[in-house]
Every structure is written in C-alpha cells, then in structure tokens.
Design a protein around this ligand. Sequence first.
Ligand code: AMP
Length: 444
Amino acid sequence: MPSCLVGLGSNLGDRVGNLLAALAAIRTEPQFRLQAVSSFHETKPIGGPAGQADYFNAVAAVQTDLSPLELHAALEQIELHLGRVRGERWGPRTIDLDLLLYGDCIVETADLVVPHPRMGERRFVLAPAAEIAADWRHPRVNKTIAQMLADMPAPDQNESAMRVMTSPADIQATVLKHRESGVRVGLVPTMGALHEGHLSLVRIAKQRANVVVATIFVNPAQFGPGEDFGKYPRTLDADLAALSTAGCNLVFVPAADDIYSAGFSTYVDPPGVAAPFEGACRPEHFRGVATVVLKLFHLIPAHVACFGQKDFQQLLVIRHMVRDLAVPMEIVACPTVREPDGLALSSRNRYLSSAERGQAIGLSRALDRAEQMVAAGERDSAKVIAQMRNILREAGIHRIDYVAIADPETLAESPHLDRPAVALLAAHVGSTRLIDNSLLTPPP
Ligand code: AMP
C-alpha cells in the first residue's frame, strides 16, 4: 500500500478546528490509514489579497489503495463535505487539502501534478513534513525532505513560528528535546477564552524562558455538577491569534480524552490549603486543578510555570503540591491584570450583562476599601470584612460565597491584621460567580 503525504491548510474561520475536522474525516475514511500527523504551523500567507489571516498548516502521512487521481478526488470530497469556503485563487480558505507525495509516483496530468510542484519552495510544507517524514525521498529531485528543508533559505525573522500540538506524546517529546539542547522552557496553563491577564503571563514567561508553551484545555475535572463547563467560552482561533502576537512559541490543545484517556483513575489529593474558601464552595475543584496541572507539568516539563495571583488559592495549591511532591518546576506568581475601573479580567466577565458589569465593580471596590482601612491602621479583620460586605451589597451583590482575611501562606483566617494578609472574596453577580483578592500590608 503506497504511503502518501497530504498537506492541510486553513486561514479562514476556526483554523485549527478546520484542520482537526479534516483529520477526523481522513481518520474515519475506510480507504485511508492515517499514519502520522505533524504539528500545526502558523504561517504568513504567500501571495493572494493583502490583509488575509495567517494560515495554520500541517502535513499528514496516509496509506491508501486509491490511485493518485482517486486520492486527489477523495481529498476534494472531504473539502466539499467540510463545506469548504474559498474565494479567489490564493485567497482565504477554510480548508485546503493537497496531495504532496504519493510513494515514488510521478504524475503529470491536466488535473493533478504529483509530487506537488511547489512543495520544494515552501517551508510551511517542508517543515511539518520533516517532523513525520524526514527521510522520505522526493522522487523528482531525489533528496529527502530533511535535505530539501535544509536547502531552503533561512526563515525570515518576522515569519511567525508558533506551532500548535494536540498530541500529548508529541508535546512531551518536543519539550524534552528543547531541554536536552539547553533551551529554557516556560509554561502558561490556561482554559482559553484568553484576555490580557493570560497574555501578561505569556510575556512574563518570555522574560524567564527561551521557549514559551501555553496550554488551552477546559478541564472537565475542575467543574462541579451544575457549574458552567458546558457554556465556558471556547474561542480557540482568537486565542491562537492572541498567543502568537504575544510571542508564544508552542500551544498545546489536547482533547479531553487525550488527558483523561479510557481507564484514567489517578487523581491528586490536593494540599491542605485547598480546603477553605473555594474548596468549601466547590468541593472537587482543586482535586481537578491539581490533577490536570500535575499532568501538564509531566507532559510539558518546563523550567518555570507562570500562574496568576488572580486565582490566589489556586496558586497556593500549586505551590504546596510542587513543594510536597518535589516537582522540579519554578512557580512564578504574576500580578492580576484589571480593567481601568478595577474589575479583575476574567474569562467569565463575558457572561455579564451591562447592568451586571456595573455591579461587578463592587468586588474590586470592596478590596480597595480593605486596603484603605488597613493602611489607615485598622487591625480588626471583622470590621474590615463587614465594610467589604457592605460595599458588595451597595453594588447590588447579595449572593456572597465568602469574604475573608487570611494568612497568605496557610490561608488560616487572620482575626488581627498585625502582619501581611490576603483579603479574598467570591460572589455571584447575576448568575456569574466571580472571585478576586488583594494582599493587605499593615503599616509598621
Ligand atoms: P484560566 O484560564 O482562568 O484557568 O487562567 C489561566 C491562568 O491565567 C491562571 O494562572 C490565572 O490565574 C491567570 N489569570 C486569569 N485571570 C488573570 C488576570 N486578570 N490577571 C493575571 N492572571 C490571570
């Protein structure tokens, strides 16, 4: 059965989603056997109208009994089945499937030329192809794909080089290779629906590492029954564009069954700091967080991982887990990024109606009041908490899960503000649950 290389490209709509849909179609097509898939390379468009979006390109190795012309027609059928939208030549398209190589065959007909006539000039074909078929030989130029890639001019400095991976084994192998060659790796785990807060983590990671890996995974295990797992915003294409602009190098986007594969049954029992506050309101939450974060730490053995102080208790849970289980990873706490009026950025803010958006400012106002009271010499936490609750109520927020002042290392509640503490709160604004926190430093 001949082995073939198929090129995939998309620069319209949900680009990586389109590539994944095409791969799923190839996988389920009985006449194909999908052998390997490269990572997805972000690529600047070549030719075509100005201002079109960057592409994502990948290469798949496929075995088939179909003839080259039949295979070409079958790929076209998949494009049509996926509802390919394509305007002018070289213009944006949702999905493009090209037959690049068909064993040693050389085909030259009016409808089809194989090997693909321009594959030798295209880094966005050769680079992904070299990941899965480095020693395959191009029958016309009689060079391996690796040699053809090496013969290409060096990539343009401005050329986007972000890559997306969906396979746990591939991301792990890639990061281990970076480590072995002395490259310092930074990690930014996220659930997507990215905003400036997430991007600030990427920028901080870039200052501390040569290669930054972000992950996008809406982790089912950290959502309780009746929580917003189903409606959590999923904005993959915009997330990838934002990560690329922020200078992210690699993005890991696993499917749920890549992380929780059949028979998965090992969970992390989270540390003691997981018990109060969020842990009391969302009983399984930190078990899910600790489990997925530890798994991500193994799949992406970075030197340093960045987490937002916005999720203060989560940060502590991770710090304690890393210390208790001797995980060789430096954990960096990054400051909370806020809207100009003080509201902490959160993926869940997009659930808020405009009236609720007005109410939500109560959270940061309550924290501001706590800071002011402590700066003015107040030492009684109960008084500060009472004021914070008042401010929430004045803002129209009545469903308050907790308002607390605690030790920033242990999360034990601090009745007296005689040393640094953290004020933490969680409240429902309409049907949206928001959390925020602020460090309190009593004057000496
Ligand atoms: P999430 O996608 O909500 O799981 O968040 C991923 C990471 O981004 C976590 O480390 C969060 O603490 C961090 N993060 C979320 N919101 C902010 C923010 N407003 N400022 C800084 N970091 C944030």
